[in-house]
Design a protein around this ligand. Sequence first.
Ligand code: ADP
Ligand code: ZN
Length: 352
Amino acid sequence: MSEDPKGFNPAAIKSESMLSKSSHQKEAPIKAFGSLVFGGIELGGTKTICGIGNHDGEILVEKRIPTTNPADVLSRCVDFFEEQSVIFGDISAIGIASFGPVGLRAKFGQILRTPKEGWSNTDIVSPFREAFNVPIGFDTDVNGAALGEWRWGAAQGLDTFVYFTIGTGIGGGGMINGELMHGLSHPEMGHIPLPNLRPERFSRTARETKSELAKSSDKENALVKPFGSLSVCPFHDDCFEGLASGPAIEKRWGSKAENLDVEHSAWEVEASLIARAMRSVICTISPQRIILGGGVMEQSQLFPLIREKTLAELNNYMELPKMDEYIVPVALDGNAGILGAFILAERALKTL
Ligand code: ADP
Ligand code: ZN
């Protein structure tokens, strides 16, 4: 997992400010590396990344924009693509990987009802279709990142895998039998329920976990406290995102997740919660691998804890690969989303 994924060339990444503003921008348009160029957008709840790339996974240029209001963000992305097409040549297709919930079949290309102010029922695709008249691929941010990891990262060669981001929210996507997970709309794996750890509901394994945790009273309290009082999800008292996202960690422990010491018992509790979600996902989807990304998973000490607790949750019921190859970190760091957006663009072009 440590070697550079095939075709992915981090050295080729340039931020917009690194591009020479002098002679080379004024030259006649060039076709980047003699291949098609794609526009990609990773639309996130806090920041949006737009970039130009090619099918080899080279990010030729990228720009970060704060996700303020739709009119501002979308027009800045359109302007960026217009400017960059003078340098890199006409954009052949655009891929957009967006925070959700989004319309993938009905209401294709729209952000649906979202708690993010000003963004409900926003048509994301039309401004780009009108400005560039090229095919546009559109999917969730997590499916986009899953696509990037599938071609160049931690899911290469797999056809059924799950990608989770555990950050401000929790989202899950991936592939089943080689197809991106779509359904009525898209999965909302961040909202699967986690069994409460109240003693009367303990499973056999969880009871053992609890007796270990009981050795420390703050761990005990953190787990057994009624879930409702800890959830940050406006819809559910007991969901994965409500209990285990970055803001949930902050609510439970009174400190930003990134400021908690690696030895803090918060990580044991967090790993227990994540392991419960892993159990549900493994039993439901039978993924060949699970990739965990997002800000919270920067805490690499979580991985061995999650693997161990997931095995305990499953209680040897099913045969799994070696756990350190089964539940793994992202391989593309922060680039999976934008790389996935290029693949969405390429796929939109192919399905013309
Ligand atoms: P977003 O979900 O907004 O795209 P992130 O994936 O970085 O962005 O998630 C942000 C959340 O992750 C915040 O709640 C933050 O406290 C938490 N977070 C960010 N970095 C770390 C870190 N190094 N360790 C633990 N938690 C982190
Ligand atoms: Zn929820």
